[in-house]
Design a protein around this ligand. Structure first.
Ligand code: HEC
Length: 214
């Protein structure tokens, strides 16, 4: 569900950007008449595209309410771009037209960056992370990391499936495949290699295997 939404959102955003780009070029080239005509022809498709743009975006936000700082800035950029675009293209104001296009492109870039960016969290003193310590417990360590980094999508038992996340209870991937996905990410799942050491990752892997049923 979420994956379908995500792909639809990406597609409509691309169409929206393409329309904006053409309008901006016409505006910059002082092709007033063509710009007016183009706006007339694309009026209905643009209403459809921008409605889908907003509906899919808001829907995804509802399904996954935790927002990163990137998403907050992205949303602000999109919200600011719309009035700039309307005024820019209707009144033929080049600065506002370009500004609006730049804001939308920046928002798109931020969305892509945000996916790659995972903030490192400190597990606090209760969790022993030194594998040489006597009281080190790999599953406890793995569980604590899982709670911080994975639970938001995979859920406490691995079955939540938010954002199209695979069910970890029925996953039968080999250790090395699961490790690769965890470190490098896949689809809408971010990679965790910037925040997990190999030992951390080993602990998470051992922990997620305990979520497997059967
Ligand atoms: C932003 C949501 C999100 C977060 C956070 C997340 N995942 Fe995922 N995970 C996914 C998605 C989506 C997939 C499916 C990827 C695909 O194949 O397209 C997935 C797939 C997986 C798979 C592959 C399962 C299979 O059988 O194919 C593993 C293993 C996994 N995640 C482990 C983790 C671990 C461990 C963490 C935390 C370190 C984590 N995930 C954090 C979304 C997430």
């Amino acid at each position: 569900m979420y994956t379908a939404l995500f792909h639809t959102h990406r597609l409509v955003v691309s169409i929206f950007l393409a329309l904006y780009f053409i309008k901006m070029i016409l505006l910059l080239m002082n092709k007033k008449e063509q710009l007016t005509n183009f706006r007339k022809w694309t009026k209905v498709p643009e209403i459809i595209v921008s409605t889908l743009f907003l509906v899919t975006g808001i829907w995804m936000l509802i399904l996954k309410p935790t927002m990163s700082i990137f998403q907050v800035i992205k949303l602000a950029a999109v919200v600011a771009a719309i009035p700039c675009g309307v005024i820019g293209f209707v009144r033929g104001n080049k600065i506002l037209g370009v500004l609006s296009f730049v804001l939308i492109v920046a928002a798109y870039g931020l969305a892509e960056m945000g996916k790659k960016f995972v903030q490192k969290v400190d597990l606090g003193p209760e969790i022993v992370t030194d594998i040489d310590a006597k009281e080190y417990d790999q599953l406890r360590h793995g569980e604590a990391l899982y709670r911080e980094y994975c639970k938001s999508c995979h859920g406490p038992d691995g079955k939540l499936g938010l954002g199209g996340a695979y069910d970890l209870a029925t996953s039968r991937l080999s250790d090395s495949d699961a490790m690769t996905i965890m470190m490098n990410g896949k689809g809408t799942m971010p990679g965790f290699k910037q925040v997990l050491t190999q030992r951390d990752a080993d602990a998470v892997l051992e922990y997620i295997k305990t979520l497997r049923t059967e």
